[in-house]
Design a protein around this ligand. Structure first.
Ligand code: HEM
Length: 406
């Protein structure tokens, strides 16, 4: 793990500054500023290189033939993940991605619209009479998990527990040992569950995402590979639940902290998509991604040997002043905000981005239509962040509101 030296303790709020680590959760931005200033950080021992600058990360993501996704950091994260679309390289990746993309194409997405709206309106119905809501637990998490459950055709009764778990993926390596053990247990439980779902689904294909994955794999190889399919289905489920919930929760948190921008976006719904992108940039739900070098190469004038692990700190690059002037300012009207790495870039660009964007848009339109004067239930308590260096999002967000009348 790379130690980042920050001159002033006041700048970091006095928190420890190893990155990535759980300790950096409370105050990552001064650490990112330091990383951006210093540039590429070489590892101590066998740790990863830290890459933070926007320009350098763009270069890395545009050269998958050198910077591979088949990294041990991914393989360590969940058993079998090395086979997934997420962790493979072209040409294997190209085929897997085409199959995975089938259920997320624009035509399908259009059809999901009414389903998403129905879920969101139902969730608002459930709390609107109370005048208050714990926005993360009663809305954001339930929304994103319900959408993924419907796509995969699995029920909340059997899979609801997944929505409550922080799957760390590659972040697991940077957790304390006891949490690593918990991650392994959760990963094994998810894998067992998915093996069972895929086994049953093979007997009875439908038009859900898991059935599409099974069909695509049969077309490609002529057989059923249950272990691979369970992993791919898990990537979908995990890819879409916590991330989208965090985007939704983070956007609310930021709007509450910027009442003028809350008023502006309420008055003009056409600002909602850019507001969501700015929230993604400002507090990226996935903070970093790994790569490994397939050959000797160079970044920022530093020689990097083959087989080196890299951590691409997307959340730091999203605060790079060279790309985003006044990067520490939340600005829902920011030009060029889509250059953020919240969804990655290039060959592995998030397949679920259009779905996450749609969920966020419908969520905020519906919320603004029905509740007003949204405020923290306790002005002193913004709920804090979840305990994870890899995922970033509000732990809880207790709100009060008035009902929109008329
Ligand atoms: C706000 C919500 C989301 C965020 C922040 C997010 C973030 C990301 C990022 C950063 C990547 C790129 C990984 C890399 O660079 O190696 C990615 C890939 C991926 N995401 Fe998302 N994601 C979100 C929503 C979703 C949803 C809703 C789904 C599923 C429906 C999904 C499925 C995937 C898949 C399958 C990949 C792998 C693509 C590939 O490797 O070719 N994501 N996501």
């Amino acid at each position: 793990m790379t130690e980042v030296s920050v001159d002033s303790a006041a700048e970091t709020g006095g928190c420890p500054i190893a990155y990535p680590s759980l300790e950096s959760v409370a105050c990552p931005y001064p650490i990112f500023a330091e990383q951006l200033e210093q540039g590429l950080q070489e590892p101590e021992g066998d740790g990863p290189y830290l890459v933070s600058r926007h320009e350098t990360i763009t270069h890395v993501l545009k050269h998958p033939e050198i910077f591979s996704s088949t990294t041990d950091l991914n393989a360590e994260a969940q058993p079998g993940w090395e086979a997934s679309v997420f962790s493979s390289d072209p040409p294997d990746h190209t085929v897997k991605r085409e199959i995975a993309h089938r259920t997320l194409k624009p035509g399908r997405l259009k059809a999901y619209g009414p389903m998403i709206e129905e879920i969101i309106e139902g969730l608002i119905d459930d709390f609107i009479d109370d005048g208050e809501v714990e926005f993360v637990g009663q809305f954001a998490n339930l929304m994103s998990s319900e959408v993924m459950f419907r796509l995969l055709d699995i029920s909340r009764e059997e899979a609801g527990w997944v929505a409550g778990v922080t799957f760390e993926g590659i972040g697991a390596r940077f957790l304390p040992h006891s949490m690593q053990l918990q991650q392994e247990a959760d990963g094994a439980r998810l894998n067992e569950f998915m093996l069972d779902v895929v086994r049953r689904r093979m007997e009875n294909l439908g038009d859900d995402t898991i059935s599409e994955l099974i069909r695509g794999h049969r077309e490609r190889t002529g057989e059923d590979d249950i272990d691979y399919l369970a992993v791919e289905a898990s990537v979908f489920l995990l890819g879409g639940v916590l991330t989208t919930a965090h985007l939704t929760g983070t956007a609310m948190r930021l709007l509450l902290a910027h009442p003028d921008q809350m008023a502006a976006v309420r008055a003009d719904y056409s600002l909602i998509p850019n507001m969501l992108e700015e929230a993604m940039r400002f507090e990226s739900p996935l903070q970093f991604m790994p790569r490994v070098t397939l050959e000797d190469t160079e970044l920022e004038g530093v020689s990097i040997p083959a087989k080196s692990e890299l951590i691409l700190v997307y959340a730091a690059a999203n605060r790079d002043e060279k790309q985003f002037p006044q990067a520490d300012r939340f600005d829902i009207r920011r030009d060029g905000v889509r250059r953020h790495f919240g969804f990655g870039l290039g060959t592995h660009f998030c397949l679920g981005a259009p779905l996450a964007r749609l969920e966020g848009k419908v969520a905020y339109e519906s919320l603004f239509n029905r509740i007003d004067n949204i405020r923290l239930a306790d002005p002193e308590d913004d709920g804090g962040y979840i305990n994870s260096a890899f995922n970033r999002g509000p732990a809880t967000l207790r709100l009060k509101f008035d009902r929109v009348v008329g």
